[in-house]
Design a protein around this ligand. Structure first.
Ligand code: GLN
Length: 185
């Protein structure tokens, strides 16, 4: 199994490092082109800047190619910016997005960069530490979407079939349980 990490911008190297620390490290690939996308079995979209990455996905045609792979069933996990990219709607913005999850997100919902923080909460029944950096929240979701975690009464992790979005950054902790979990989807 080859796990791709979208490597246009953002903290993709941290995801590669987390994957390398899994109990059975998968083969990994930095994905920037359609040819690379065609070689992977799963995709992680990292944290970063959603407007920048959206523009580049649109300009270089990788967005439609990701949508096509998603329709073919490829599991995709978006962390922070990645979750914004997966959303159908971004509150107050028409920025480019993949629209692969029936959710509306609010960007920077916990405040600006200076309000970044980390804290623990329950994810799918297990306690995890979430690092939140200008993190989005899910403000509404369709019937096909399930909530996986809340923090401070806000929805911070969702799943729709093979697609997962988390507001926080497991790749910025030592804990690889969420990466291991994603590999089993
Ligand atoms: N606030 C960023 C955005 O809207 C996301 C931040 C992150 O990925 N850490 O794109």
């Amino acid at each position: 199994m080859v796990v791709g990490v979208l490597a246009i911008q953002g903290d993709f190297e941290k995801h590669l490092s987390s994957l390398s620390r899994c109990s059975q490290p998968p083969e990994t690939l930095e994905v920037r082109t359609e040819a690379e996308l065609a070689r992977i079995d799963r995709l992680i979209i990292p944290g970063g800047e959603s407007t920048t990455v959206g523009l580049l996905l649109e300009r270089y045609g990788l967005g439609p190619a990701i949508q096509q792979r998603a329709e073919g069933g490829m599991p995709i996990w978006g962390t922070c910016m990645g979750m914004i990219m997966l959303a159908a709607e971004v509150e107050g913005s028409s920025q480019y997005r993949l629209g692969l999850m029936d959710v509306t997100v609010r960007r920077n919902a916990f405040g600006a960069q200076v309000h970044s923080f980390e804290d623990t909460f329950a994810f799918d029944g297990q306690e995890v530490t979430g690092v939140f950096i200008r993190a989005p929240i899910v403000t509404s979701m369709g019937p096909g979407v399930s909530e996986l975690a809340r923090y401070s009464d806000q929805i911070v992790a969702v799943r729709q079939g093979n697609r997962v979005g988390t507001s926080f950054h497991p790749e910025l902790t030592d804990d690889v349980r969420l990466h291991e979990w994603f590999l089993k989807i």
